[in-house]
Design a protein around this ligand. Structure first.
Ligand code: ATP
Length: 775
């Protein structure tokens, strides 16, 4: 009920108050100071005070909880009722510590949810979310073993409870997979999971949806039964308002506030209603009147709706009530009425030890002690079981990088072959050109030297030569896109070339011109034209050397006077495959790890499993480390196959230590996994995750020196690349593979340092996202 309704006179006859001052004065006069001690609040199972929660932003807020108070005494069944979308789930997720209030306070089992030592989230509570939130591939028994292990139950206890729950909830035998159950059976299974470890506080979000009336009744009977001892408290939301008649207290939530918190029988009497639905309706009307009483609409409502004489609980308080936990707000008063009328009262409750009021400062060991062995056991077991149940997917995941490296090795970096050249050779007759006949004379023979050169082009560089009768025809072939270049030889080519060599510096211009090969290239394809440019020249050097050798002259005089000694690193003919391989291998491993981990985490998150596990007390670091452990197996397999295929089968150059290569690839896979965690924790949907992964893929490939040397980038970009996760590792792997460098070389150990730092950064970011990214 909102504050304005609290101001109604005790007999509750609706009085239209016209003057604001009178209204305020009446409210002040009627207001009593009411004690509310912290200790009393902490004695409740759940106590919410002045809770404000909104979604959206300040410009477009969606206020869901608006100063809400709620008191759930220990040992009761509390039915939380309200229309769809009124904020029940939001309130529950704040109670279990998965969402934060914008303001206000929550006490659960005497502690603040999420604070150290409060046990919430943790095994003290059992949360059944609205969605099924179970692993479809697991059997019922495996599901219960998993959640039982998380709650640190002994295996024998898990087995006993499993037998009981399967029978009690009318579930099929334990070896059936969850995905093969009907919708109703899955919800019952979800209920079985929270009942399994018999927590102190059960929070059930619509547990009876899809349950037949007989079973619904037996679930309620069970809830009544477990609360009898006073050790278990149940908060339940349901759409079937009247089933809440069996609750000890019901809270009616509307407009972000509690309309009432009372025992159902009391409410029905108080509001002279035959059903709880009617009570809800009347209270809603009262709430509307309170809100609009300054408007003329109020009068209409008063006239149209029959509201019974109701004593306003906010004002109808005996001294007896005042001694209880009352904060002066509506919710407290009402719930205490209930608590006192109810057979289970706070006074009868066994006083359980409360956690510390203020969170004690944590020691370093407590900060580091974020991993519990039974949680890790359960999580790693669950991850491997998931993989086992999805062998097809796992095989695909392992095979994918193999396919990629095979494609890379076959498709990238090899010199193009079969490049067509259009040749107009003046030395040939018209008929010879038509017949594509160009005679080659080996040895120290100075006849048709043009044909000898062209023959070497064909043989050594796999080029295809087509003869045309004149220069125009050859150029036209290039213009039509049928050849990559035209070569024109003068009709005196052989003689002129001989004379040019013989005369040396005395050769005249005409001789020099006619001994040149005139080349016109199609330079539209940078790779091909560069290659042609290089090969036409190199083949010419080879051609000259060949003749000189055959004529028993020193072949060196045919070369340019630069002696290309054996390279210090690399080969005389470095290929693009070896240049790109380090970056490509790292990129494949990195991005497949990103895809696997972000996919796995997002599936868990979006199907509610992650939420359920976090409420059960699993921590962010535990989830991450368990994923690291299990996904790492996949990364190791992927990496092994990539390296075997790349170095074993395709013989990629490796001059260095294979152990260093393996270590770097493993770290790189780990880094990809951690980046995947960050994406999964930071975004909400698979689609956004795909955009982020894709959005980061291209910049990383372009900027990390994988396909183009960093030295060729703009200076500002060169600076930025240093801070990208694959730049230094790519440089490092290239140095190991091509130069055979060891760890002591800066370029190698810098790669390891850089990737380790990135692993750390991504891990910390994921943990922070998991911790702080709540609603
Ligand atoms: N993550 C979110 N971001 C933005 N708005 C949200 C989010 N979750 C819930 N809401 C909005 O908050 C309001 C309350 O939602 P909530 O799920 O708490 O209602 P509910 O009472 O549990 O509904 P139902 O009974 O249908 O499950 C709704 O208007 C909903 O659209």
């Amino acid at each position: 009920m909102d504050a304005e309704t609290e101001g109604l006179p005790p007999n509750n006859t609706i009085v239209e108050v016209t003057s604001t001052e009178t209204d305020l004065a009446t409210r002040r006069r009627l207001f009593k100071t009411q004690p509310s001690t912290l200790a009393a609040r902490r004695q409740q199972a759940v106590c919410v005070r002045r809770a404000h929660k909104m979604y959206g932003n300040s410009k477009n807020p969606n206020v869901v909880l608006d100063g809400l108070n709620m008191t759930v005494p220990k040992g009761c069944i509390y039915g939380l009722l309200g229309a769809s979308g009124c904020g029940k789930t939001t309130l529950l997720s704040c109670i279990v510590g998965r969402r934060r209030l914008n303001s206000g306070e929550i006490w659960v089992l005497g502690g603040r949810p999420g604070s150290r030592g409060s046990g919430v989230p943790g095994p003290r509570i059992g949360y059944m979310p609205q969605e099924v939130a179970l692993y479809g591939e697991f059997t019922l028994r495996e599901t219960l073993i998993y959640f039982g292990t998380i709650a640190a139950m002994a295996r024998s206890d898990i087995d006993d409870r499993t037998e009981f729950l399967l029978k009690f909830l009318n579930l099929p035998n334990g070896s059936r997979q969850v995905k093969n159950l009907s919708g109703g059976q899955q919800r019952r299974m979800s209920l079985a999971v929270v009942l399994l470890h018999e927590p102190e506080l059960l929070i059930l979000d619509e547990p009876t949806v899809g349950v037949d009336p007989v079973l619904r009744q037996s679930i309620w009977d069970h809830l009544v039964d477990i609360t009898k001892t006073g050790n278990t408290t149940v908060i339940i939301t349901t759409h079937y308002i009247d089933e809440c008649a069996q609750a000890h207290v019901i809270g009616l939530l509307r407009g972000g506030r509690m309309l009432a918190e009372e025992a159902p029988t009391f409410l029905r009497q108080q509001y002279n209603a035959s059903s709880l639905e009617e009570v809800f309706l009347k209270l809603s009307v009262l709430q509307n009147m309170g809100r609009r009483r300054r408007s003329s609409i109020a009068q209409e409502i008063v006239e149209q709706v029959q509201v019974p004489a109701i004593s306003n609980p906010a004002l109808d308080m005996s001294d007896e009530h005042n001694t209880a936990d009352i904060s002066g707000e509506f919710g407290d008063n009402i719930s205490m009425n209930s608590a006192i009328r109810d057979p289970i009262t706070a006074a009868e409750m066994p006083a359980s030890p409360l956690p510390n009021d203020k969170e004690p400062p944590a020691t370093l060991m407590q900060y580091l002690d974020v991993i519990s062995s039974h949680h890790m056991r359960a999580l790693v077991w669950k991850n491997y079981l998931w993989m086992l149940r999805n062998v097809g997917i796992m095989m695909f995941i392992v095979a994918l990088p193999v396919v990629q490296i095979i494609l890379f090795c076959y498709a990238i970096g090899h010199d193009p072959t079969g490049l067509k050249l259009a040749v107009a050779n003046g030395e040939l007759s018209e008929q010879m050109a038509i017949d594509q006949f160009c005679p080659v004379f080996p040895g120290c023979n100075q006849t048709y030297l043009s044909c000898r050169y062209l023959d070497m082009l064909k043989k050594n560089k796999s080029m295809e030569v087509k003869f045309f009768q004149n220069e125009e025809a050859a150029n036209a072939e290039v213009r039509r896109g049928n050849a990559w270049g035209s070569l024109v030889f003068d009709k005196n080519y052989t003689n002129s070339l001989n004379e040019r060599v013989e005369s040396g510096r005395y050769a005249d211009n005409a001789t020099i011109d006619s001994s040149d090969v005139n080349v016109r290239l199609d330079m539209s394809n940078q790779q091909i034209s560069t290659l042609l440019y290089r090969d036409l020249q190199y083949t010419f050097f080879d051609f000259v050397e060949d003749i000189l050798r055959d004529c028993e002259l020193n072949p060196k005089i045919g070369r340019i006077p630069v002696d290309w000694e054996r390279p210090i690193y690399g080969t005389r003919n470095p290929n693009f495959t070896d240049f790109a391989a380090p970056g490509v291998i790292l990129t494949i491993i990195f991005f497949l790890s990103v895809a696997i981990t972000s996919g796995a985490m997002l599936i868990e998150r979006n199907e509610g499993m992650l939420e359920r596990c976090l409420v059960a007390g699993i921590t962010g670091p535990e989830i991450l480390f368990s994923q690291v452990l299990s996904q790492f197996t996949v990364v190791i397999l992927q990496m092994t196959f990539v390296l075997i295929v790349g170095f074993g089968f395709f013989d990629l150059t490796n001059e260095g230590s294979m152990w260093l290569v393996i270590a770097l690839c493993l770290l790189n896979g780990l880094c990809g996994m951690c980046f995947g965690f960050v994406i999964a924790c930071a975004v909400d949907t698979e689609r956004t995750a795909t955009y982020v992964a894709m959005g980061s893929f291209l910049p990383i490939v372009m900027l990390c020196g994988i396909i183009w040397p960093i030295e060729g980038m703009y200076p500002a970009l060169q600076f930025i690349t240093v801070f990208l996760p694959l730049t230094k590792p790519t440089e490092c792997l290239r140095s190991i593979l091509q130069r055979g460098w060891g760890f002591s070389e800066p370029s190698v150990h810098n790669g390891f340092i850089s990737i380790s730092l990135w692993v750390l950064v991504f891990l910390v970011l994921s943990i922070l996202f998991l911790k702080f990214k709540k609603g």
